[in-house]
Design a binder for this molecule. Structure first.
Ligand code: NDP
Length: 451
């Protein structure tokens, strides 16, 4: 049986806690019922103990009524202004054993809360879980890192990236580094281009308060897709552990720059207009409650980068993410250079393509094979396989790693700053209006002028 971990969620009345954190905890406790968790919710909202327990019990339904009720019954809720050091002290002082302080707070409040923590004697075994977005530019990310470094050692800071769950990371590493036929061709001699796409059919869903200040570039490309790229393109690790992987991630990110070093030519942005996704009518983005059209927030972003290394120089890597699109696509597509074909076939083969799914965890490899009827005609054959998913939701995996003190799934301080460094020229160019804000119909594949 494990030690009891105090899981203190600041911002416990918010959307993240309700929709993702608690259900994730449910899947974790279902898979590992011996874990002992003392759950404490805290937020500025006044909430009765019974109402909180009811919310916890409902959100944990995945782990079965017995475990859900046990966690909910032992759980407490505190009304707090987390930026007030005295109130934080009252919350933390009575706790014994490991404490995970999860910041499910608006980003500006998280920073102020860390400033307040800096005035306290903190518990010995305190871990801080920080949500995205981590900072809003390279300077603010650096300042936030400095602030955190004054509170706890770096290996107790968990910058959360729920997109890169454990199974996605391990599937990528397993595929690349345990198959002899992948690794020798994983370079600019053989690969023509790479795209990493996370398109969703969901529109704003009432989240203007967050999204209209963020947009697709910060929400997805900065926070998630560059990290996927780093794992896909890094050098071979000698072992799978947090230090090794993060050293290799930062190594590849440091070599990453915008394509041709040109923030205007390497980036595109667009915003959705009224349309229909499946059976759902979607209003114009600018008419959604809480949206300020003057912010020019993009709902679709695309950036092409190059890794200026011996392995990757000259290979365009395009990262794209958008909302309210016709198809849900979460995939890495690696397109190989054309093969040198002998003369004599009546048509020419297509380049090989490897597609790695990031949501459905599937692999597809496109090959040329000879036609059954006419061996001189080349046909496309797709080999596909399931890569194996995890029984835990991503937040279940994240909480497990934080409670175990293993930073494998968290983003290290230097990695977080590199992500901003790469994209900040694009943010500047967009701010200055140097890249047009195109539009697309909700439910379409994107702007008609984007090929
Ligand atoms: P919400 O606005 O829904 O919730 C914020 C929470 O913070 C509320 O519980 C609010 O309490 C509380 N709060 C605000 N100020 C204080 C304060 N001074 N003291 C104590 N509590 C306070 O935000 P989300 O849950 O959506 O997001 C939280 C974080 O998670 C953000 O950083 C976001 O970027 C990140 N995130 C969110 C995702 C999502 O899908 N929601 C996905 C990934 C990351 P009250 O309601 O009483 O004001």
């Amino acid at each position: 049986m494990s030690d009891t971990v105090n899981l203190v969620i600041l911002g416990a009345s918010g959307d993240l806690t309700h929709r993702l954190l608690l259900p994730g905890l449910g899947t974790l406790l279902k898979a590992q019922p011996d874990r002992r968790v003392n759950l404490i919710g805290a937020a500025s909202e006044k909430l009765g103990a019974d109402e909180w327990r009811q919310r916890v019990s409902e959100a944990l339904h995945d782990c079965g009524p017995k475990v859900a009720d046990a966690v909910a019954t032992g759980s407490t809720y505190v009304t707090i202004d987390s930026t007030d050091p005295d109130e934080l002290k009252k919350l933390l002082d009575p706790l014994t054993g490991p404490v995970v302080l999860y910041f499910a707070l608006p980003p500006a409040i998280s920073m102020k809360t860390c400033e307040a923590l800096g005035r306290l004697d903190l518990p010995d075994d305190l871990r801080l879980a920080i949500e995205k977005p981590f900072g809003s530019d390279p300077d603010s990310a650096h300042r936030f890192n400095q602030l955190l470094a004054r509170l706890v050692p770096e290996d107790r800071v968990f910058r959360v990236d729920h997109f890169l769950g454990k199974s996605t990371i391990l599937n990528l590493l397993g595929l690349r580094f345990t198959n002899r036929f992948f690794e020798p061709v994983w370079n600019h001699n053989n690969i023509e281009r790479i795209t990493i796409v996370s398109d969703e059919t969901l529109a704003l869903e009432g989240r203007a308060g967050y999204y209209d200040h963020s947009g697709a570039l910060k929400d997805m490309i900065q926070s998630h897709l560059l990290l996927v790229m780093a794992l896909l393109c890094m050098e071979a690790p000698n072992r799978i552990d947090a230090d090794e992987l993060r050293d290799l991630q930062v190594h590849v990110l440091r070599a990453t720059q915008l394509w041709s070093d040109d923030p205007v030519g390497s980036s595109r942005r667009a915003r959705y207009e009224a349309g229909q996704v499946g059976d759902e009518k979607v209003p114009n983005y600018v008419d959604e409650p809480g949206v300020d059209p003057a912010r020019n927030t993009e709902t679709l972003a695309e950036v092409t980068v190059e890794i200026n290394s011996r392995r990757w120089r000259g290979v365009p890597i395009t990262l794209r993410s958008g909302k309210a699109l016709g198809d849900e696509v979460r995939a890495i597509t690696v397109v190989f250079k054309e093969a040198f074909e002998p003369e004599g076939f009546s048509n020419s083969g297509e380049p090989n393509v490897v597609v790695i799914g990031m949501a459905d965890e599937r692999l597809a490899v496109r090959l040329n094979t000879n036609g059954a009827d006419d061996k001189f005609v080349l046909e496309e054959t797709v080999l596909s396989a399931d890569l194996g998913d995890s029984p835990l939701r991503p937040y279940g995996e994240i909480l497990a790693h934080i409670m175990d003190g293993d930073p494998l799934l968290s983003v290290r301080n230097d990695v977080a700053e590199e992500l901003w460094r790469i994209l900040s020229p694009v943010l500047d160019a967009w701010q200055q209006g140097r890249v047009p804000l195109d539009s697309y119909r909700a439910g379409s594949a994107g702007p008609t002028n984007w090929s």
